[in-house]
Design a protein around this ligand. Structure first.
Ligand SMILES: Cc1ncc(COP(=O)(O)O)c(C=O)c1O
Length: 497
């Protein structure tokens, strides 16, 4: 065999291995080092270098929420390396935003391509000067995973702007339907410039208490997870209704939980009627499949089917916010796929793991004229390329199915630990929802001790709601990582018990 033939065979073999083993341990050509476990070199996390770097950053920009300073060049797969050289098994994934690992080899290949370089360096005003290959880019990427029934897309800049644009689309469609045509009358044209009705109508977007949909003005008005996000900010006077408070374990509280779901559905219907009677009709209802920032509050598929029935019947559009749940972590590509809806939602928003943001929508949600839902960038073709590679990698490696499987095992481990440490693991949530798993500790203090205890042994997890620990591993989190987490977590729990 010639040298070239040998090299070609080796390259082919390596490519095959990479595809068959998408776990954290796969190395990239720029770094042959393999990571198998966390390693904490400092006496606690953050270590001294991180602390120093963060205090320097803080002089320029607010670094108070920062956990550690990161050495991104040294991060690989499931592992984040901080400025002190500590290596963490990252089960928080940049607030649930990493799908296929740090420095993924396919993304690095994309980053080195001319197509990507041109896109990054020549970011277009997408709505007015789209690149000529945009249709193909969307079709082979973002649109290839569009939720059933939603054949259109609008790209945006982040989760909040995706939701804000979705709310606008729903309001425009609502008024268009009411009016029966797309022409505006003079009164509307004049009054909108005064922020007054009828041009600026008193439509509302309904949301759920303890939900989270972003931090801009409209999205923040529909966010009710924590006061810290909302204080001092003027808000739209929009209705929010109770989210079903399920009792755990679910198997032992079936009838109570069913009654709670029915109570909340009745409240939704009642509130839609009340709002209309007050001259503030509900244009859209926005809902997360799992209330994530609010503490991983789940509801059964029957609740969502009920919401679709009520919204359809009362002419309210339904926006499903899959910013955090989308892209595989729940064991299906979209969390709402599992609900068995008879008609699709009107809009599904996405961001985070997709690395590109926006929403999928029905034809009805397209505004009556161009420029009505618009901004300069409207997303970024480079991010859509990144999304395309992420989607392809997920599909080629069966990562949604793998996440469903390893998630089941992760849930099983936590269930066992919950029996042994009942003060530290309660109301375990996420059975059958992939690795999208959370639990409560008895108190917020105990929760914080779990999060910092894990951090000090090199495992990053998130906190949310009042006393929840949430796990948001990447889709490349496998059995090996599960074993490591399980060992580390047991040690932390023993220390705290
Ligand atoms: C469900 C949900 N919607 C919207 C957002 C807002 O996204 P972003 O922070 O990108 O604006 C988040 C962020 O955590 C989220 O979890």
């Amino acid at each position: 065999m010639t040298f070239l033939a040998r090299a070609a065979t080796r390259t082919g073999r390596l490519a095959k291995q990479r595809l068959n083993q998408p776990s954290s341990s796969s190395s990239s050509s720029s770094s042959p080092k393999r990571f198998y476990s966390p390693e904490v070199k400092t006496s606690s996390v953050p270590g001294p270098i991180s602390k120093k770097v963060l205090s320097e950053i803080d002089r320029l920009t607010d670094a108070r929420p920062s956990i550690v300073a990161v050495d991104y060049a040294r991060c690989r797969g499931n592992y984040l390396v901080d400025a002190d050289g500590n290596r963490h098994l990252d089960m928080f994934g940049q607030i649930a935003s990493i799908a296929i690992g740090y420095r993924n080899e396919r993304l690095e290949e994309l980053a080195g391509s001319e197509e990507f370089r041109i896109a990054v360096m020549n970011r277009p005003a997408l709505g007015v000067f789209p690149p000529k290959g945009l249709k193909e880019l969307l079709e082979t990427g973002l649109m290839s995973v569009r939720p059933k029934g939603l054949d259109h897309i609008l790209t945006a800049n982040c989760g909040s702007t995706a939701n804000e644009s979705a709310y606008k689309a729903a309001c425009m469609a609502y008024r268009h339907r009411e009016r029966g045509h797309s022409e505006f009358d003079q009164d509307e044209i004049t009054s909108c410039m005064e922020n007054a009705k009828p041009g600026s109508p008193q439509l509302t977007i309904m949301s759920f208490k303890s939900g989270f949909h972003g931090r801009l003005f409209a999205s923040l008005s529909t966010t009710r997870s924590k006061p810290i996000h909302k204080l001092d900010i003027p808000a739209f006077d929009w209705p929010a209704v109770d989210w079903p408070r399920l009792k755990y374990p679910l198997e032992q509280n079936v009838s109570e939980n069913q009654a709670e779901v029915e109570r909340c559905l009745a409240l939704v219907e009642e509130t839609i009627h009340e709002s209309k009677a007050k001259g503030r009709p509900v244009a859209a209802l926005v809902v997360e499949p799992i209330q994530s920032e609010g503490g991983d509050n789940h509801a059964p598929p029957a609740f969502f089917r009920g919401l679709r029935d009520v919204t359809k019947r009362l002419g309210v559009y339904m926006i499903v916010d899959e910013v955090q749940t989308g892209v595989g972590a729940t064991g299906s590509f979209w969390a709402h796929e599992k609900w068995g809806l008879t008609t699709p939602p009107d809009i599904v928003t996405f961001s985070k793991k997709m690395q590109a943001a926006g929403y999928y929508h029905t034809a009805e949600m397209r505004p009556s004229a161009g420029y009505r839902n618009f901004n300069t960038w409207m997303g970024d073709p480079a991010r859509s390329m990144q999304a395309r590679t992420i989607i392809q990698y997920i599909q080629e490696n069966g990562l949604v199915e793998k996440t469903a499987e390893v998630g089941g095992k992760l849930y099983g481990v936590l269930e066992q630990l919950g029996h042994r440490f009942p003060g530290l693991i309660q109301s375990l949530r996420g059975k059958g929802e992939g690795t999208f798993i959370a639990f409560d500790a008895e108190t917020a203090e105990k929760r914080d001790s779990i999060v910092s205890g894990l951090r000090n042994v090199g495992v990053l997890v998130g906190a949310s709601g009042e006393r929840a620990v949430r796990l948001r591993p990447m889709l490349i989190f496998g059995e090996k990582e599960l074993d490591i987490f399980s060992d580390k977590f047991q040690a932390v729990l023993k220390d705290l018990a």
